[in-house]
Each structure stands twice: as structure tokens, then as C-alpha cells.
Ligand binder design. Structure first.
Ligand SMILES: Cc1ncc(C[n+]2csc(CCOP(=O)(O)OP(=O)(O)O)c2C)c(N)n1
Ligand SMILES: [Mg+2]
Length: 378
């Protein structure tokens, strides 16, 4: 018998008892980003919550402009502004309980401040003064993570450990569209889904990873679709709609808390400013690209909704802006004071047992500082 004849005779049976391990249909994201503001759903939203979100958005916007100004005055080394993304930042902080944990990336200072961290301490790392600057345990906020996506496995580990210990804790981890291409993103999502860990992954898709547009980042239908491959639900939300974000994030946090496992939320937003003060965005995008998003500004969307419903008048807008101005003035004043740093701290917390080289360098620096002090006395 020839090989072809053998093949013809071979009638393989299907794999024994194959079936999908979970039904993928309920995991799929909506076809369009979920919206509340300007829709029928907005009439059902709690006015008090909308006003609270508005006040925080106005403060957040002002914090961004103030921090950016501080980089120009040489008071802050670098600032990755979240202008245009304030709704994601504020909603992420407001949906968490005190006992929960937030795992931010470098872009998420606003979420950190909205969670209660001191506004100046939140900038310590970006000022280059010290490591994290705030006590992560005080408000249950992990350090701002500069290496992309490394905060994600940390969040999963913490959430999984909390569940093993019987602690009622949810971890919310924030990451950018570019961060979804990292191995840590894959590993975190896979572990979270297999363990059904109480984690929420909030992907802020702001269109760019520095100069790399989303089209060059991924061929996935959406970033929310990535969730399905790991066996967790993906939700797609308008990332400039504070009410929609609050509703969806509160829902998936509740789901995680009740033992339902992790969710990936993709918030579709836009980075209005350059990547940081060290980036020139005109090299890779036009003013027209940015202008298209101005009418979909998160502060404007909420302001329109509240004004339209008679929940916000001119006096209330002025009051919110004045409050933000006071916060900015205080931030400016405090950031204009020189930080008290000890150069010897360079060697602290590097190794439990310093290496001989570090000991030698430490001795050299100590001697140099002592000589400088003596010189100064003369
Ligand atoms: C592991 C790692 N690789 C590269 C970088 C350099 N880097 C800093 S920000 C950035 C772009 C990230 O884009 P995205 O995740 O979309 O976040 P966004 O800045 O837009 O908020 C890159 C590549 C880094 N910080 N960490
Ligand atoms: Mg991005």
C-alpha cells in the first residue's frame, strides 16, 4: 500500500470529549466603549457622585498643569502628565475601599493623590530625591512603577496572598497600552485568571507608547479582547467618561471581591500632552490629531452633563476652580522648598550586606563630605 492509500484509509476520530473549557461569549467586550455621559444612563447616575468626580477632575487637571510647570522651573526632574486621562485616574482611586491596594505606573500620580497620598510625597520619585517618597502601607499604594508592567505581577501576588490569608482585599493595577506588550503583562494575567485572584487590570489606552501608536503596538481587535485568551472578562469603556469608568470599575471590583476573579478593563482615552516634559510630540503627531480629542475632554464632558441637568452653575464651577487653585499654590510653595536629603542615603537599601566596593565608595563619600564641611567652616 502506498502512503497516499494509507492516508485515504485513515479516518481519525475527534479528540476524546473535547469542548471549550469556558464559554468565551460572556468574556467578550462590548463592540463599542461603554458610555454614560450624554446618554439615557446618565439620568440614573447619582448626582452627588458626579459632583464629587467633577471636583476631583478639576483638581487633577490643575495638578497636572502645576507639576508640568514645576519641570520648567527646575523643581521637578520629570513629569508624565495625565492631562486628558484624569477620569481614569480619579475613578480608579474612588472605587477602592481603604483596605484595597492600588498599583500605579509612573503616569498615575493623580490616582495616588486621589487615594490620599500627600501631593508632594507623590512627586518625590519624579523629583529624584528619594525612592518612593511615601509609605506604601499608609494608604495601600504601591510605588509608582517606572519599569513597564512590573507592577502587574506584584498586584496579582498581593491579591492572591490576601485571599489565601482570608483578607478581604482587591488589587487594582494600572498599565498603559504599550505595557500590554510586556511579558509581565502576560504572566500577570495568566496567573490572575488561573488563581481567580481578586485583581482588576486597568489599561489606559491613550493611543501611544511614547512615539509608538497603538497600530504598531498590537494587531488585537482591542486591548480588552486580550482578556479572553486568559479566560477573564474584558470590558471596553470610554476612558474620558468619568461616570462610565466609575460604574464599570466599581462593578468589576465588586465582582473580584465576591470571588468572581479578575477582569481587564480597557479605557479608551488620549494623551493630550507629550509623553513627558522630555518628549517632543510634534515629531510623531499633528495638532489636528490632538484637536479631534479636545471636544471629548473628560472635564468638559462631565461639566456639560452637570450643567445640562442643572446640577452645576457658574458659582459652583468657580468654587471648584478656586479650590484647585489653592491646592496648586500649596503644591508650588512646598515644591519650591529644597528637599532635605542626605547623600549617604545613596548607599542605603541597596543590599542587606553591602559589597566591598559599596563600602569603599561609601567611605570615600563620607570623607569627601567631611572635607567639604571643614572647608565650608574656614
Ligand atoms: C521594561 C521597560 N521597557 C521600556 C521602558 C521605556 N519606556 C518608558 S515609558 C514607555 C512607553 C510606555 O507606553 P504605555 O505603556 O502606553 O504608557 P503611557 O506612557 O502611554 O502611559 C517606554 C517604552 C520602560 N520604562 N520599561
Ligand atoms: Mg500609552
Amino acid at each position: 500500500m502506498t502512503v497516499m492509500e494509507q492516508r485515504g484509509a485513515y479516518r481519525p476520530a475527534p479528540p476524546p470529549a473535547w469542548q471549550p473549557r469556558t464559554d468565551p461569549a460572556p468574556l467578550l467586550p462590548d463592540a463599542e466603549p461603554y458610555r454614560v455621559l450624554g446618554t439615557e444612563a446618565a439620568t440614573k447616575a447619582d448626582p452627588e457622585l458626579l459632583l464629587r468626580l467633577y471636583a476631583q477632575l478639576v483638581r487633577g487637571r490643575r495638578y497636572n498643569t502645576q507639576a508640568t510647570a514645576l519641570t520648567k522651573q527646575g523643581r521637578l526632574a520629570v513629569y508624565p502628565s495625565s492631562t486628558g486621562q484624569e477620569a481614569c485616574e480619579i475613578a480608579a482611586a474612588l472605587v477602592l475601599q481603604d483596605r484595597d491596594w492600588l498599583f500605579p505606573s509612573y503616569r498615575d500620580t493623580l490616582a495616588v493623590v486621589a487615594r490620599g497620598v500627600d501631593p508632594v510625597e507623590a512627586l518625590t520619585l519624579l523629583r529624584g530625591d528619594w525612592h518612593t517618597g511615601y509609605d506604601p502601607y499608609a494608604h495601600r499604594v504601591a510605588p509608582l512603577s517606572t519599569p513597564l508592567a512590573t507592577q502587574l505581577p506584584h498586584a496579582v501576588g498581593l491579591a492572591h496572598a490576601a485571599r489565601l490569608k482570608g483578607d478581604d482585599v482587591v488589587a487594582l493595577a494600572m498599565v498603559g497600552d504599550g505595557g500590554t506588550s510586556e511579558g509581565d503583562f502576560h504572566e500577570a494575567l495568566n496567573f490572575a485568571a488561573v488563581w481567580r485572584a481578586p485583581v482588576v487590570f486597568l489599561v489606559q489606552n491613550n493611543g501611544f507608547a511614547i512615539s509608538v501608536p497603538l497600530a504598531k503596538q498590537t494587531a488585537a481587535p482591542s486591548l480588552a479582547h486580550k482578556a479572553v485568551g486568559y479566560g477573564m472578562p474584558g470590558r471596553l469603556v470610554d476612558g474620558n467618561d468619568a461616570a462610565a469608568l466609575h460604574e464599570v470599575l466599581a462593578d468589576v471590583v465588586r465582582h473580584a471581591r465576591e470571588g468572581g476573579g479578575p477582569t481587564l478593563v480597557e479605557a479608551v482615552t488620549y494623551r493630550m500632552d507629550a509623553h513627558t516634559n522630555a518628549d517632543d510630540a510634534t515629531r510623531y503627531r499633528t495638532d489636528a490629531d490632538v484637536a479631534a480629542w479636545r471636544d471629548h475632554d473628560p472635564v468638559l464632558l462631565l461639566e456639560r452633563e452637570l450643567t445640562g441637568r442643572g446640577l452645576l452653575d457658574e458659582d459652583a464651577v468657580t468654587a471648584a476652580r478656586e479650590d484647585a487653585e489653592t491646592m496648586a499654590a500649596e503644591l508650588r510653595d512646598r515644591m519650591n522648598r529644597d528637599a532635605e536629603t542626605d547623600p549617604m542615603d545613596l548607599f542605603a537599601h541597596v543590599y542587606a550586606e553591602p559589597t566591598p566596593q559599596l563600602r569603599e565608595q561609601r567611605a570615600l563619600l563620607r570623607a569627601e563630605l567631611a572635607a567639604e564641611r571643614e572647608g565650608g567652616d574656614r
